[in-house]
Design a protein around this ligand. Sequence first.
Ligand code: F6P
Ligand code: E4P
Length: 942
Amino acid sequence: MNPLKQLEALGQSLWLDYIKRSLIDKGELRTLVERDGLKGVTSNPSIFEKAIAETNEYTDALKHFQVQADHSISAIYEHLAFADIRAAADVLRPVYDNTHGRDGYVSLECSPYLANDTEATVREALRLCTAVDRPNLMVKVPATPAGIPAIRQLIGRGLNINITLLFSVNVYEQVVEAYISGLEDLKKSDGDITKVGSVASFFVSRIDTAVDKQLDKLGDKEVADELHGKAAIANAKLAYVQYKALFSGPRWERLAAAGAKTQRLLWASTSTKNPAYKDTMYVEGLVGRDTVNTMPPATIDAFRDHGQATPDAIEQDVSGARAVLAALEKHGISLKDVTDELVTDGVQLFAEAFDKLFGAIARNRHALTDGKRADLEIVPGFPEMKSAYENELEVWRKNGFIRRFWAGDKSLWTGADEDKWLGWLDIVGHELAGVGLLQGFAADVKQRDFTDVVLLGMGGSSLGPEVLSETFGQQTGWPHFHMLDSTDPAQIKAIERAIDLGKTLFIVSSKSGSTLEPNIFMDYFFERVGVVRGKHKAGDQFVAVTDPGSSLERRAKQLGFAHIFYGVPSIGGRYSVLSKFGLVPAAAMGLDVKRLLETALFMERACGSDVPPSENSGVKLGIALGIAATSFGRNKVTIIASPEIADLGAWLEQLLAESTGKHGCGLIPLADEPPNTPDHYGSDRFFAYLELDGRAAQSQQDAVAALEKAGHPIAKIHVKDIWHIGQEFFRWEIATAVAGKIIGIDPFDQPDVEASKVKSSALTEVYEKSHSLPKEEPVFRENGVALYADPRNAAELGRHNTLAGYLKSHFGRMKAGDYVALLPYIQRDEIHTRAMTAMRTRIRDKTHAATSLGFGPRFQHSTGQAYKGGPNSGVFLQVTCDDPSDIDVPGHSYSFGIVKAAQARGDLDVLVERNRRALRVHVKDVDAGLVELARAIDEALE
Ligand SMILES: O=P(O)(O)OC[C@H]1O[C@](O)(CO)[C@@H](O)[C@@H]1O
Ligand SMILES: O=C[C@H](O)[C@H](O)COP(=O)(O)O
């Protein structure tokens, strides 16, 4: 007789500890059932990892699934695994029916990532049950301290549960208690206890492996030889004694009388791991009535070939088993310690199998969509960076940091209130679900034939829309887009001149609704439109984007705005571009918002909680940024982007600087610094190169290649087409929050921005009262240029006869790793940008210091946070000017020019207060002044 069939005759059910698609497709599983009396199947994460990641049996199914639509990694895994589980369950169904639910099960394990969370395990088991939708499914729940209460709850809800990772008799007793109590609960709630099937998977071979290792360490060969390979079966024998004891007596009899089935012991981990042992030892020693043995194919084949089935082997020599365990204790080997560790290791091993499996699926998903080319390549630059980066990836994987991140675990960061600021993680899906609203708005804009759209907002409320408009350009048949984020009167005038006031739509954008600039821009343009259209009609041309309940919402209602769109309060400004703050302007520009979001969703999935760090695009980038800054002082994130997507740099500056630059640390992002050869850079740089497919600038490519050769770390990002800009938004948001964790700050607050606002508004209040700003005395004046410095900076600079002398002294204060920030409060136009860029390039090339350029007050809502709150390594040169013509702010005695002056002064005061090296250059005439300044800088750097 087939020895496997003998097991059946001896009261033991044979299950298969294995699954893969071909086993079912080729009919092998059916053969096992028919020929060998197979009565069940068990799977686990390692089994699926081997099946899916290490064979090509799933390639077509994966492709087919992905062709229909993009899916998350776990959705792909579940699609593949559930299909196998269902197919196997269908093969086993007759066994299930014939044995009235005693056998015929197929087991599927709950995610090992949830093993320490009772509620999540319960939810997961219920979800799996519904999704697989087979009565003969058994859900595997681990016998961890969190798993045990879940078992009771799930049995209490009538689920079939296979308890896994069970190693100790003591824990087994708790498992049986959970099972019996669960049945009692079910009975009490009038559930059908006759239908519940359950097994307790008692692992064997792993115990021997662990105990043998300890025996070998004892250094006593005799003892080791005596006890090697004995612990597991001895332990199992005692578990079986308990099985018989626990499923007897009045409490159990009551349930049995109502039709309950015992929870059988299932011998798991039955392949021999030590080749010196007989390959059937964990079958032969464990034959027993009312038990199950789940075996991998090789063990099944071995037992069929040469197995010996001894009746009731499990009940033989129980005293010998006790003696074995006592001997182990006597020699200092604690079975409790061994089994405790095995549970922890078991969870970790299965989690690692999932990591590997999900990583493999992520690679396949990417290859199917994006081909072979990686969308992100981290070039570490030098060996120490490479190993630190790889170590950190492993730290993130081992500790499940990505899952904690997505679960909103604030202790991952500083434990402040980071969990309240993660609404951007799933905003793309939400916006897609409600995209009709935006499409309706776009139709309204188009139908109303606006010539222009002007967005009034600062920082996170304007930089994203600016990127979209700069990247996509004006859409045919749609209004021309403008963005106002400056109080400079000339800038405001320039916009007013460029538009037709009566045919322009104004989008007032402010999350808080209380930011000064958008409010006074709104007041100004509302009044101007009122003049053209009549006061009562002006509201028709205004739209507000704001968070619910803000003062802007109130005003928009009072003024009769055409639309009010709401932001999500759990999304901070700089993370808001994929919410209404980016999408409303995008819709008004005529962009296909749905396409933008759908493309972004791909990146959301690529950065998902189920994508291990080594494959997780945003996490890899964030780890590289964080490690480069914290371990190697490379915190100057130099952004080089293909010309068509270059404006991303401005958005990235805010995201990186405002998120990380605080408490004296953080990243200093630098956009638009023209690249040069490697000898022009210090060793404080980290480069981010964003290359738009097919549109790369040769000069940038050459520069980056040279930087790579010179050993600078670089994140190379391949942007497939401009629609992928939405992916960059998401990737960098994740990366920033990850880098924030490594840097050790809260990436969602901006503690130092407020300080400048307070100082500026104090100054405007003074102006309201006295009609002048407090008087200031320059430390130096020459050729229409005046220099202002506080006493400390003035003393440090000393006295000089020329502007160049002061500048020389100012730049002379720089040390390696410092940067220079040029902060002009002048109109931001092409000419001025070019002039200022030439100055910064000159400074960089001469001093090798990193340089940044921020027009005021725009940068105050962006890089300003890092200048004031980040590392004290900035050397600041503020540039202010006389405004030849000014504009009054309606309802106030101050003008835009006064506001701008107050903002510049307020910000400088804070820089000074924070002990920064800062100096203000005031020019009477902007154009002549910039020429003079450039000349003086040249001279100073000679
Ligand atoms: O959208 P709001 O509330 O007007 O804020 C604009 C910007 O100002 C800041 O709060 C800081 O200045 C930014 O974080 C924000 O993006
Ligand atoms: O339920 C089955 C278990 O997951 C399996 O038997 C574990 O076996 P292993 O110890 O050989 O990995």
